[in-house]
Write a protein that binds this ligand. Structure first.
Ligand code: COI
Length: 359
């Protein structure tokens, strides 16, 4: 196992105050992890250094052709001042799945989890303590060789930065207003929709702007071929409760395999709920709404946690769900999931990993 060289920041930044609004992605901690790859040395030179700018050649491949992948995971401060990472191994496994699709060399999963533990331990005082907050951890990889031409990079840089955050959506646990998008699509079979790569998010901006200009928080993405089957909501996976069935679109290569999605499915199964991973069309949702059978809708994601959906607009149809209030299933999932993440509810699934002092 390679040794991680540590250079501490000489000047620490001013941390946000306990009552300061953290928002999402506004503040960054004092240090970052970096590791390089080239064909001869494989992944090498792992180091933790003061947080700072990157110097890249203007011809760097990732800047022109988007060869990039990323992850998003969180660390939580418990009442006893312990720090828990939530499912870090699953996140790095998924990073490697994205790597494979984007022609980026595989990472050693155990080494990366250990590196993240070390980084978070060094910057642990940045972990916010208020309910609904966390230290968001952003590992990402860039192709760094300068080359104007489309081919996979031969040099890469793996970087991890951390940011204290509160809720991603300003609605918090309030209910989101969502626009069902039929002009633009996010991903298509055979594409990169299942990978966490920048291009998927760049492709979503136009529809997101359109929805925002009409007063909606996010869009529902439909399948790119028939524009009929629901895939995701903005930056989240999505669930619908119709009668007593909880439905989430089954995974395919145009849908991100969310780790919060997976955790919610496990929780729902353990509670004996009827949970189906299957195709669900927007017509089925609308029909259930008209018949009074659409009880709840909510999104799930690392950043978004569990975010209730209060209103859906599909063409001229406005569907107000559960009186535009968070429903009982979304609330229970939010409470139990965050209870496990903050160490307040026993973690019978072994999802959390404590950062011990030795890191
Ligand atoms: C996450 O949920 O971690 C994401 O990567 C979504 C991003 C838009 C913050």
């Amino acid at each position: 196992m390679q040794e991680i060289k540590i250079t501490f920041a000489e000047h620490k930044k001013v941390k946000p105050g306990i009552d300061e609004k953290l928002g999402f992605g506004k503040f960054y901690t004092d240090h970052m992890f970096i590791m390089d790859y080239d064909i001869n040395e494989n992944w090498h030179n792992p180091r933790i250094v003061p947080y700072g700018s990157l110097s890249l050649d203007p011809a760097t491949i990732c800047l022109h052709y988007g060869q990039q992948v990323y992850e998003g995971m969180k660390a939580y401060m418990t009442k006893n001042n312990k720090i828990l990472l939530f499912r870090p191994k699953k996140h790095i496994e998924r990073l490697n799945i994205s790597n494979e699709r984007l022609c980026i060399p595989k990472l050693d999963e155990k080494f990366c989890v250990d590196a993240i533990k070390k980084l978070v331990n060094i910057d642990k005082d940045w972990t916010p303590t208020k309910p609904g907050t966390a230290l968001y951890i952003r590992p990402f990889i860039l192709a760094t060789d300068p080359y104007i031409g489309v081919r996979p990079g031969e040099k890469f840089r793996f970087i991890v930065i951390c940011s204290p955050v509160s809720s991603y959506y300003s609605a918090g646990l309030g209910a989101l207003k969502i626009y069902v998008e039929e002009d633009y699509v996010r991903a298509v079979k055979g594409g990169v929709g299942f990978a966490k790569t920048a291009g998927n998010y760049a492709a979503s901006l136009k529809a997101q702007n359109k929805a925002a200009s009409m007063g909606y928080d996010q869009v529902i993405w439909l399948d790119a071929i028939e524009k009929r089957y629901v895939e995701e909501v903005g930056t989240m996976n999505v669930f619908f409760v119709i009668d007593n069935e909880i439905i989430t679109p089954e995974l395919q290569d145009s849908i991100l395999s969310g780790i919060t999605r997976l955790s919610c499915i496990s929780l729902l199964r353990s509670w004996g709920e009827k949970i189906s991973e299957r195709r669900i069309s927007i017509n089925e949702i609308h029909e259930a709404y008209l018949n009074g059978r659409l009880k709840e809708a909510f999104g799930t994601g690392t950043a978004a946690v569990v975010s209730p959906i209060g209103l859906l607009r599909w063409r001229e149809n406005i569907m107000k769900i559960n009186g535009e209030k968070p429903g009982p299933i979304a609330k229970k999932l939010y409470d139990v999931l965050t209870g496990i993440q903050f160490g307040q509810i026993e973690d019978t699934f072994s999802w959390t990993l404590e950062i011990d002092a030795c890191c």
